[in-house]
Design a protein around this ligand. Structure first.
Ligand SMILES: Nc1ncnc2c1ncn2[C@@H]1O[C@H](COP(=O)(O)OP(=O)(O)OP(=O)(O)O)[C@@H](O)[C@H]1O
Length: 304
């Protein structure tokens, strides 16, 4: 049976009267890259702060490595590396010196580990340069190097590609994949971009307004994609009435165009003939390749 590295059970959290998390139950499998996906304000950072023991839940249970976070906080945190918001770096010191300081603070880490992590994040040649001369992407990679200096089993990364250019985003993405595949780290990474999560994650949790709307493997997410057809007519309100009478689901509407859940020729023919019979003018009926982006919008806008 697959082991879960993170499990939360019916977490609730409120800032004063404002409820941010509702009954949040997550299961993050060992050795996965778990994309924690949700729009701005969904509750991702709050969840991460709870997982790191930085804030306490009002209700629910958190266990990591099969141990209760409340009772085994120190042991658990020793096995986690985290990057939450911008890494705090000493800008006037070199990349190597920044790592050296953290190594001394943690204690019990071999000096040669610094060269290893510099190699992994691709900063070996820039290790001697002052951090204030680094690009944002290099700073972020140094932040990542700091987070796994103590060789943790689990990495928790909060929007690690925020603010980076496409090249910087690609470097972080490749690094996440390498840390997972070559070094067997379980990685919990939050993002508001499905397109990013899709490229790295093996598993996905979709959160919206503090509630979990989907959790499963990337394959299971793709299975939820529904085939659709775009319909353009002269009177979309009338067309919507006719389709509803025929129990054909409308899954989107934009500027007089309807997106309907249908793909088979027989159904498209039925739609076409009933609209024509009702005197409507049909300009377009075209089957669409449904994207994961559509599915994400559907999941977050039409809670199930
Ligand atoms: N310290 C705080 N006091 C009050 N409300 C807060 C506080 N921190 C966050 N919130 C609110 O809690 C909700 C969830 O915020 P959170 O930062 O967890 O979301 P997020 O999914 O990480 O979003 P983003 O991608 O914008 O960082 C938001 O509505 C936010 O305004």
């Amino acid at each position: 049976m697959q082991k879960n590295i993170i499990e939360t059970h019916q977490l609730d959290f409120s800032f004063g009267k404002f409820k941010v998390l509702h009954n949040l139950s997550l299961k993050v499998p060992q050795a996965s890259i778990y994309g924690f996906l949700g729009p701005n304000g969904a509750g991702k950072t709050t969840t991460i702060r709870i997982l790191l023991g930085l804030i306490k839940t009002t209700k629910g249970k958190v266990s990591l490595f099969n141990q209760d976070l409340n009772n085994h906080r120190v042991e658990i945190l020793r096995k986690i590396g985290a990057l939450v918001e911008m890494p705090s770096l000493y800008p006037h010191l070199s990349g190597r010196k920044n790592l050296e300081i953290t190594r001394t603070l943690i204690g019990n880490i071999d000096k040669k580990r610094i060269d290893e992590v510099l190699e992994i994040v691709g900063l070996s040649n820039d290790a001697h340069r002052r951090v204030k001369q680094y690009s944002l992407g290099m700073k972020q990679r140094l932040g990542l190097a700091l987070s796994f200096l103590n060789d943790p089993d689990l990495l928790i990364l909060d929007e690690p590609t925020n603010g980076l250019d496409p090249n910087g985003i690609k470097e972080i993405r490749e690094l996440i994949i390498r840390l997972n595949q070559e070094f067997q780290k379980t990685i919990f990474v939050s993002s508001h971009l499905l397109s990013e999560v899709e490229k790295v994650a093996t598993h996905v949790g979709i959160i919206h307004q503090g509630k979990l709307h989907f959790e499963g493997s990337i394959g299971e997410l793709r299975e939820q994609q529904k085939p659709s057809t775009l319909l353009e007519v002269n009177d979309s309100d009338k067309a919507a009435e006719i389709l509803t009478d025929q129990h054909i689901p409308i899954i989107g509407r934009q500027n007089g165009t309807l997106k309907i859940e249908a793909h088979e020729h027989a159904v498209i023919h039925q739609v076409n003939s009933s609209l024509l019979k009702a005197g409507l003018e049909v300009y377009q009926l075209s089957p669409q390749e449904s994207s994961l982006e559509d599915l994400f919008m559907d999941i977050t806008q039409n809670p199930r």
